[in-house]
Design a protein around this ligand. Structure first.
Ligand code: GDP
Length: 177
């Protein structure tokens, strides 16, 4: 690899989960395709992108996995969760059902992922102000009860996307260091 690659201190695997069409792929692109994006890869069935960021003087390579639509068939396998240190659990603030399903996704994580996984709940499409059906307070209450971090984002405008990913990576760093 390049000189830059060789200085990487940690590689953190992060999975992005949640119902279909909530904006998982757009969130991932928004975060990964910034100017520090080093490479992107795809394999059969699963895809991940990477971005390297500096957190507390450590170079951290985030390897962020997308379900590639597998959630549509309830076919997200335990291989997807293996080794994941963080999860972005996404719902759509305009689709109540996608928020109601969040509890099921948390169960899925507790069943298949490592106990110490850091979970960030994301209410995406916050730009669709007039179409909102999930009040912020509902998600705040849920995340406090479940011990999750929480942000509302817009992959469209980019609002809070960087903040949410960096917060997740920072919390993972706190867990592993
Ligand atoms: P996925 O199935 O969860 O990966 O969802 P996608 O990333 O494919 O997004 C589903 C649809 O929602 C697409 O039409 C996106 O353009 C749209 N979308 C994603 N994020 C946002 C957002 O933050 N705001 C708005 N208005 N639309 C979004």
């Amino acid at each position: 690899g390049s000189e830059f690659e060789e200085k990487i201190d940690y590689v953190f695997k992060v999975v992005v989960i949640g119902d279909s069409a909530v904006g998982k792929t757009q969130l991932l692109s928004r975060f990964a395709k910034n100017q520090f994006c080093l490479d992107s890869k795809s394999t059969i069935g699963v895809e991940f992108q990477t971005r390297t960021v500096n957190i507390k003087s450590k170079l951290i390579k985030a390897q962020i996995w997308d379900t590639a639509g597998q959630e549509r068939y309830r076919a997200v396998t335990s291989a997807y969760y293996r080794g994941a240190l963080g999860a972005m659990l996404v719902y759509d603030v305009t689709k109540r059902q996608s928020f109601d399903n969040v509890a099921r996704w948390v169960e899925e994580l507790r069943a298949h992922a490592d106990n110490s996984i850091v979970i960030m709940l994301i209410g995406n499409k916050a730009d669709l102000v007039d179409l909102r059906t999930v009040p912020t307070e509902d998600a705040v209450e849920f995340s406090e009860n479940q011990g999750l971090y929480f942000f509302e984002t817009s992959a469209l405008s980019g609002n809070n996307v960087e903040t949410a990913f960096l917060k997740l990576l920072d919390e993972i760093h706190n867990v592993v260091s």
